[in-house]
Design a protein around this ligand. Sequence first.
Ligand code: BGP
Length: 465
Amino acid sequence: MFKTIPENFIIGAASSAWQTEGWKGKKEGQDSYLDTWYKNERHVWHEGYGPGVATNFYERYGEDVAYMKEIGLTHYRTSINWARFFTDYETLEVDEEYAQHIDNVINALIEAGVEPILCLEHYELPTALQEKYDGWSSKKVVELFVGYAEIVFERYADRVKQWFTFNEPIVIQTRVYLDAIRYPHEQNTKKWMQWNHHKVLATTKVVELYHRKNYDGEIGIVLNPEVTYPRSSSQADKKAAEMYDLFYNRVFLDPLVKGAYPEELFLKMAEHDITFDYTQEELDIIRENTVDYLGVNLYFPHRVQAPKHKWNENTPFHPAYYFDSFELPGRRMNKSRGWEIYPQIVYDMGMRLKEEYGNIPWILTENGMGIENEHLFMNEEGVVQDDYRIEYITEHMSCLLDAYEAGSNCRGYMLWAFTDCVSPMNAFKNRYGLVRIDLENNRARSLKKSGFWYKDVISSSRLEV
Ligand code: BGP
């Protein structure tokens, strides 16, 4: 059976600057949060390959764009590396060499008939701002981010029509200040909420700027709301799922789409003595400058149950006070990544955005399957036979088309990732691309079976399910 892909539906792929570019041309003092984390703590240079060269997109973007053209991608999303865009983050002195690279990439994409979508931050907070201002704890960083956006729009908004402020803005502070598994290993829920708030504020200020300058395009944010299912229909399990949703999903979705934080979030924060700095003026800016559209990254579901643990009241408040995670017995798994496979999340998210969030336009901006030891799946001609990826994409895209049919305002599907690339968590261990990067052979590019298949789906506008 076939499903028809609607006209103008995006069938694209995504990546980010840090995960592909490599450090060629990077100057002293241009480290980002990820560089510093990698150098000081993470050290996962899988078999010696890490972000230093990455896929060398900085020098080899032309080859990748040629593959995008061959496959017929409608759109390609990547980020501008904020840490590399300036030689001084405060005077906003642009690194012209890097800015030229961005210019070249945009022009190459447009010439190839691939529409660029750019994100201003995909975990690339400059380390200098982290050190001087404690990162997003400070309102100064909000101001500098808006200054950065202004310069970027002046240079590129004539050709780039789709923008995102952040990719998955909740992730860093959750790892750092809620779970305390990254430097400075300090559990500090107040700081976590302050970072959330400042990223919400920065987004709405950039939305205001983009609209005020009347650019011909759209501005949004890429979120990673986790579709959360309760273990059972009991009140206690349902409450646990609601609480997870409140702290991890609605904390960004509500202010950025509806214009206000959920009242319950403030109540819960107050109950646990979590205060953070915000002003009425900031809440007004948020109310008046909601995003034009959303990017939504979906890979796996989250399942929760009522908490079984006894909470130690002497430890700082953590949202896990309200829930325990739960692993569904017999669930389908991507074992390389340790993520459950459950395509229904795409449909359920689409319907939720329709029903609860004013049917805001959205793109499935990331979805994909990272697999280790993919070379073992190579046939005699050297083509990776990634049928598992074709199956994964088919199932998720099919649910997206169902959501579209049911009236959800979804605009398309973007695979993570176009080529294999560096993962912040696992370097090159898990491969995600339609295009294989042969690390041992000077990073030679070649299409995988899924690349040929994707090309077919795009040219025929049909998905075989
Ligand atoms: C998303 C990130 C991407 C990418 C992807 C795959 O959350 O936005 O940057 O890395 O996940 O995850 P991982 O690299 O951890 O396997």
